[in-house]
Design a protein around this ligand. Structure first.
Ligand code: SF4
Length: 381
């Protein structure tokens, strides 16, 4: 497999230009919901086909209702290619999603994330420097040549570019098994990042025993593993997780089953292993939506994923089906929540006035290999 040179290190100026956050001006604070609705609709109408608004399932209601398309990160990225005439893509989601959109966008298209502070705690757990160190350690151990790197789509463009340059690819929560099978056909071991839970849950469902998996801690030398453990592992799992999905627990499932006889539990595969084992079904957000929508009338569900999606789904399928959040306190993705209607209004009115705020731009050096990694995934699935 390929063992290319490391990607060029970005200068501080390049890094700043990629993620320089323009904060919300004060005049956009304290507006009433009614005023924002009217002004967003007016700006949207003025801009017409010049823009497309994409809204991730985990966005709050006040934002997602202005989206032209809703979906998970991968589905939304594909909408970019379906709208070559749109000059601006406003991505109401988090940073890595806007990066993927920018990689897939045409040269004349500009991708905007209404608040650049809307990151993803999971994606941030895989820093490019740490991955370079990990790979150098695997090379020093004579192992890297047998490793195919695979990254979940919830990762920075720099990470996707890294795996693309080294013969690896990207996966989503819906195609992870097919991608792992592809990677094992090309190498003895997989380095899977950044979500250890998606990697473990997927591989276990494919029949890989837990003792053939090892967690790579990027804060420790050689991931905190012995040479023997690295040699034995078919799957090296980066020590990352989603702060929303690790809140779900087996006691929550037990309590829900006791309270609601006949209830079925469906979770996202970013949940911990024991929760995945205790659930009835698991899959991507699109899978969860489809399964619940198509379930027989009278079905009762406990859903283990972000609370905005769960509440909207509950309202949509009521009264013929009942949907509960598996976590009664509600697992909110606080970074997704940063994108507010105030931000959306500011971005739209800026565009009307000819100003572009909070554009996300992936450097060319990363774009090429990120696209290679994404194209490999598309070819697999
Ligand atoms: S729900 Fe988890 S993985 Fe998804 S954007 Fe939020 S922190 Fe990231």
């Amino acid at each position: 497999m390929a063992t290319g040179t490391f990607l060029p290190v970005l200068t501080a100026v390049e890094k700043a230009s990629i993620r320089e956050r323009q904060p919300l001006p004060e005049r956009y604070l304290g507006l009433s919901d009614e005023e924002m609705d009217v002004r967003i609709a007016a700006a949207r109408a003025t801009l017409g086909d010049r823009l497309v608004i994409l809204g991730h399932h985990y966005q709050r209601d006040e934002v997602i209702r202005f989206a032209d398309y809703t979906g998970d990160s991968f589905k939304l990225s594909r909408e970019v290619a379906r709208h070559p005439g749109a000059e601006f893509i406003i991505f109401c989601g988090v940073h890595f999603m806007a990066e993927s959109a920018d990689v897939l966008a045409l040269p004349h298209q500009r991708v905007i994330l209404p608040d650049l502070a809307a990151g993803c705690s999971m994606a941030d757990m895989a820093a490019p420097d740490d991955l370079e160190t990990c790979w150098a350690e695997l090379e020093a151990l004579g192992v890297a040549g047998r490793v195919v790197p695979v990254t979940y789509i919830n990762s920075a463009a720099a990470i996707k570019a890294f795996v693309g340059e080294r013969g690896g690819t990207v996966c989503t929560s819906s195609n992870a098994a097919a991608v792992l099978a592809w990677a094992w056909a090309r190498g003895e071991k997989i380095l899977f990042l950044p979500d250890q839970h998606l990697g473990r849950n997927t591989a276990y469902a494919m029949g890989v025993p837990l003792d053939q998996m090892a967690v790579w801690d990027p804060l420790q030398v050689n991931g905190g593993l012995t040479e023997e453990a690295i040699d034995r592992a078919r799957l090296l799992l980066w020590k990352g997780h989603c702060s929303v999905h690790v809140r779900f627990s087996v006691p929550q499932i037990k309590m829900m089953r006791e309270r609601h006889p006949g209830l079925r539990v469906i979770v996202h595969p970013e949940v911990p292993f024991d929760v995945m084992q205790a659930a009835d079904l698991a899959g991507s957000t699109e899978f969860i939506l489809k399964t619940v929508r198509e379930s027989p009338p009278g079905s009762i569900w406990a859903v283990g994923t972000e609370v905005h999606l769960v509440h909207r789904l509950a309202a949509e399928v009521a009264p013929s089906r009942t949907v509960h959040s598996l976590d009664e306190l509600g697992c909110l993705c606080s970074t997704m929540f940063r994108v507010s209607p105030n931000h959306l209004l500011w971005i739209l009115e800026g565009l009307v006035e000819g100003e572009v705020y909070n554009q996300v731009s992936v450097p060319d050096a990363q774009k090429h290999w990120t696209r290679v990694a994404l194209d490999r995934m598309l070819a697999i699935t």
